[in-house]
Write a protein that binds this ligand. Sequence first.
Ligand code: ATP
Length: 460
Amino acid sequence: MPLPDVMDKLVSLAKRRGFVFQSSEIYGGLGSVWDYGPLGVELKRNLQERWWHAMVRSRDDIEGLDSAILMHPRVWEASGHVGGFVDPLVDCKNCHGRFRADRLQDAQCLKKPSKVPGAHSECQLTEPRQFNLMFKTHIGPVEDTAAVIYLRPETAQGTYVNFLNVQQASRQKVPFGIAQIGKAFRNEITPGNFIFRTREFEQMEMQFFVEPGSAPEWFEKWRAWRMDWHVGLGVDPERLRFHEHGPGELAHYARAAYDIEFDFGGTLGPQEIEGIHNRGDFDLGKHQEFSGKRLEYVDQAANKRYLPFVIETACGPNRTLLALLVNAYREEPVPGEEEGRTVMGFHPALAPVKAGVFPLTKKEGQPEMADRIAADLRRTFPVFYDDAGAIGRRYRRQDEAGTPFCITVDGDSTRNDDVTIRFRDDMGQIRVGAAQAGAVIGRYLEADIVRAESTLVPPA
Ligand code: ATP
């Protein structure tokens, strides 16, 4: 049984609540390019910062890098992208649709969407031809062939060409890694499924340089660590799985490759959100050959030099964010109420807003007290102050935004200097001193608790 398809509901919630908007919408939109709104940008940043912390800041064997999008055109010849970063493209001479020849089963005939391209009697598909996915542009004022450069289709090459710079500047010894987060561009033939496959996206990649003989061992370590990281985001482990690339799927240079797949439900089903690859010395070897510069690592202690092997972990934050949205989305009945609620049950550490702060009424000094609490908490984490409408409606709005905690100031609060904390996931409430509210929420965040439930309050 496939898991339910929540994509249409998510696209509408994402727009309504300000997670994701279509690019250039007022001009009719630009196909498969998306903008991240106020809640989406916070969620994406939290995700990227968590990755950066896990990969760079909390380790002494990985260095950070931020390389440029534009690179010397020879880089893409060396990497094989100019010759080989292609997908097979077929055109339909009848409907003028363009499809990936190897993914026809996922596409729809433009004349008859219930059929796949080629299956309708009027389809006239051409023979497949190779289509390069790299976006071309020109550098400098003259648009001739000598000035052609590419928007990078992956961040990895910026890491390979800087391998010795980073190693020498940081004085790291092999084994060590280089990590970066940045934009990548691919002129995908069939983008789609909301932010799953887009033409402009981001990557969080890490290349770990090891002695050739130890590569299989490091590959296994990284495979396990990366799966643990996804589980730590609060993703249901039942929806995650490994997909091993068989001999037919393996890129010619790769020695081993696994994808981490998330089950998006519906027709999309399980799909790659991250790839883990043992790339051997292919990349450094090619750049050494094309640049004419020695890129070997000198192991002074062992008195030897060699090209390290690379274990790569390549994760897409946009696709992982879509997985987080799908994983978080739930509709449920509310006891005693006619209308149910929609909840985005994000891990509190990833939630765009950590706390809603509400005065119950607009009198008796409640707004002033709530405002003071909100201003105080805002120094530590994002807070949303709301005094509009019935309290139940305000809670529902925060449930939809995925806000894990709500703090309510009522008539007793101004007398007793205490507040109610309401927890998103079980809707349970506790009463605490006004000054303690921030500390209670802080304890959840520090303890990295995945659900916002009143019964899980970690001890002080
Ligand atoms: P796919 O087979 O889905 O095209 P890939 O194997 O080419 O992906 P990689 O080159 O390994 O992907 O890139 C690493 C990660 O970057 C992917 O796991 C995915 O999360 C992300 N990614 C790749 N292409 C896109 C895209 N067009 N839109 C959004 N994210 C992408």
